[in-house]
Design a protein around this ligand. Structure first.
Ligand code: NDP
Length: 331
């Protein structure tokens, strides 16, 4: 069984590759350069002929995926993770909205036109497409949608969330209107923490959602804890498994999955780090720092447990493993 995984050089995708290979899938990743592709292949000597890459330089380009989706033997499933996630906004449309939205519609169009054997496409959406900061519901679940508008998306602090919202909407609209050969599932995680991937990361280039761990153990919050921001989180290994389960479980077709392990705060991470890595004690914020967790809303992750069979890792486990992985790359 053969899978195309876009954005193979990403943090979440790297963990998806591990699980796809463990579960016996033949895996082809898209990357932007040969150098990145070669890194990935080299890191998986066990995969032999089961892992390869194709180059897709810019997912926002028309027809970007037209060649990548053609394969022999042909693909059975497609996982689309490639989308910009950082806070360096210059041009909201060019940097975020185009690659997110056109990348998503582009892969769906390409699969429809050139990959008739594909049965399902799984898209990495986000809690960003669910969250409603102005009017939080009592309980966040798959039923909730971010009400952000195109105008609001021009605000640099909102454009990432907007890009994920519009991209996911475009995907559901596509399958409804085009009635393609495949069905769709989306995976909607909040902040994703967990082991950084040594062959992709360096001290300077830690993926966006793990940067607070580096900052914490380097002493950036020693004087004062940074505000937590968003309080829901999930471990990257659970997110990766959710993607693979979404192709393995037939009932996942046509479904949106909110994937979260629950609440965290920077204070809770610091408290756990103090226990698991006492050697960083003097870099950590004071033990009596104030916890800013508001917990003013609830969350319902029961669908992911029922349909995909997920069992979420604990914050303790994730904090320990994430810091261990940073130590390996030299933080
Ligand atoms: P990374 O930044 O590690 O991965 C993003 C991937 O997308 C990289 O492979 C990157 O390629 C690729 N990419 C971005 N823009 C383009 C483009 N224009 N053309 C081709 N490739 C592109 O982030 P994550 O692994 O964290 O994110 C993966 C997905 O998960 C994204 O869709 C993100 O929105 C979503 N997500 C992430 C969360 C998190 O907390 N990490 C939370 C919820 C959702 P390159 O490396 O070459 O730049």
């Amino acid at each position: 069984v053969k899978v195309l995984l876009t954005g193979g050089s990403g943090f979440i995708a790297a963990h998806i590759v591990d699980i796809l290979l463990q579960h016996g899938f033949e895996t082809v990743v898209t990357v932007r350069s040969e150098e990145k592709g070669d890194h990935i292949i080299k890191a998986h000597p066990e995969a032999k002929e089961k892992l390869s890459y194709v180059i897709v330089k810019d997912v926002a380009k028309d027809g970007a995926f037209d060649e990548a989706v053609k394969s022999n033997p042909p693909f059975d499933y497609v996982l689309h993770t490639a989308s910009p996630f950082h806070f360096n906004v210059q041009d909201p449309v060019k940097d975020f909205l185009d690659p997110a939205i056109k990348g998503t519609t582009g892969i769906l169009k390409a699969v429809k036109a050139y990959a008739p054997t594909v049965k399902r496409v799984v898209i990495t959406s986000s809690f960003a497409a669910i969250v409603n900061p102005k009017q939080p519901p009592e309980v966040y679940s798959e039923k909730v949608w971010n009400p952000v508008t195109w105008e609001e998306a021009m605000d640099h602090s909102q454009v990432y969330r907007a890009s994920k919202t519009f991209a996911e909407k475009a995907a559901w609209d596509f399958v409804e209107k085009e009635k393609p050969n495949f069905d769709l599932a989306t995976i909607n995680p909040p902040l994703v923490f967990g082991p950084v991937v040594p062959y992709l990361n360096s001290l300077e280039a830690i993926n966006t959602s793990n940067q607070r761990f580096r900052d914490l153990i380097q002493g950036a919050m020693k004087e004062k804890l940074a505000p937590t921001g968003n309080f829901l989180w999930v471990d990257v290994r659970d997110v990766a498994l959710a993607h693979v389960k979404a192709i393995e479980v037939s009932e996942a077709g046509g479904e949106r999955f909110f994937i979260t392990a629950g609440f965290f705060s920077n204070k809770k991470i610091a408290d756990i780090a103090r226990e698991t890595h006492p050697e960083f004690e003097e870099k950590l914020p004071p033990a009596d720092s104030v916890d800013d967790s508001p917990n003013t809303y609830g969350y319902d992750n029961s669908k992911s447990q029922k349909v995909l069979g997920l069992e979420y890792r604990s914050l303790e486990r994730t904090v320990k493993d994430t810091i261990d992985s940073l130590v390996v790359i030299g933080v």
